[in-house]
Design a protein around this ligand. Sequence first.
Ligand code: ZN
Length: 216
Amino acid sequence: MNNYQPRAPHPRRSVANRSRVGGHATSRNTLRSPGEGLRVGEALGLRRSDLHLVPTATTLGCSTPGPHVHVVGRDNPNRARAKSGDRVVPVRAEVLSCYDRYLPERAACPAAEGCDFVLVNLAHSPLGQPMTTDSVRKWLSLLSTRAGLERRATPHMFRHATATELLARGASIDVVKELLGHSSIRATEVYLHPDVDALRAAVDSLGPIDLGEAAR
Ligand SMILES: [Zn+2]
């Protein structure tokens, strides 16, 4: 396994597990979980019909195996944008339970009833309308303060942390490139941060230097 040194703090652990703001505990989970490295604009543009959180979605007319989400390029009223265009992103099975916990919160907001977006405002105006990037930034800022973080968490930290963790767990850079929706491998390479142990292991793997008889 490769070892890489993350550059940013891990907001998925440090923020999400230590604070609760405005009754948004499960919507926070829903925001971070289907993320799996999604851009904030991609997450905020998700419609409920884009979530195929089932082992097989053939009955929905989709042949992609396993739970996944469809990132779809659309003109959205909340200005959320799928920068890399349409793509399919696999997600972990636990996302379904996060989404199941979020749905009752959403259902308790009558203003959200007619909205097809996944992530909507449940605690501030305009109630029931799609969340915006600005509202997510303010929300994370508030969480960061309440959690006592030295550094304010941003939406990109979640993406950065996911990419770094994937690489640290041995995912190949071309796989991470596809998961993140990068157009170029060079954009993915910025997440490569080999630490000193990885450098030591690489050198040690070369074996001893053969200095020949004269040196013995
Ligand atoms: Zn699908």
